[in-house]
Design a protein around this ligand. Sequence first.
Ligand SMILES: *[C@@H]1O[C@H](CO)[C@@H](O)[C@H](O)[C@H]1NC(C)=O
Length: 252
Amino acid sequence: MLFSACLFLLFSSVLANVEKAIFLAPPTTSVPQHHPNLDDLYLIPLSPPDHKSVRTHLNASFPTSDSPRGTVSWFLLDGLNAGQRYEVRICWLATQPTSFWLTTHTLEEAFGAPELITSLSHYAYAQEARWKHADAEALKARRAPVRQIPSGGDPDEVRASILLLEVHAAADYFSLNRTLMENVPPVLVDIILDPYILNVFPESLVPTAGYLVCIAVIAWFISGYVWKFIKSYIAATPPRDEAAHLISKKTL
Ligand SMILES: *[C@@H]1O[C@H](CO)[C@@H](O)[C@H](O)[C@H]1NC(C)=O
């Protein structure tokens, strides 16, 4: 059983690569409800507990001096619990060798830095052209439910803990096939937002941990049986030294 677990871990590490970022959810900020708002960015939202992961294709490119980390994509990390620890992972197939960089930005950081807001708006325009109306509605459905938090000021104010996730993807292969060297195919990825339990343990590791505990308990019982068996075996066999001692006494 342990062997098969090891084999599974080995295989999953061979077949898929993982890159991740660990972060603390920021304090809540006021989220604009009227246009232009976050929905107008057409980003794919990840919001626990219902929409923790997404499978999608990301554009990648070979690094250049202008863009040493390849092509950028943006995602929305929505409905976080302020102060809680999370990790966001990106998994991709080993058959599509790519380097990824994950960076999280608060809304203030992203909208305050000229290079970030330029990158974000370029991406948003490209996304708007890509999605149809139905897709845009599906994206909205992935947002966390609006939580009206009454504060001293505006009664309609909506506050939420939100981050923007910046993902850089640089192709990391060499091929004799010219097509593949000129046009990098989009990379199929899973992006997973994983809350930590008590801020120390990623939620998605709970089944693995349970499995290891099971193995430990079974191993403990088996070792008990083995130990009993050895003890009864020893008890049933006369100790050789003592027998030898008796024999030597008799001959004397
Ligand atoms: C090069 O790669 C493309 C895309 O994978 C493929 O369609 C094409 O057949 C390949 N060409 C050669 C000569 O192998």
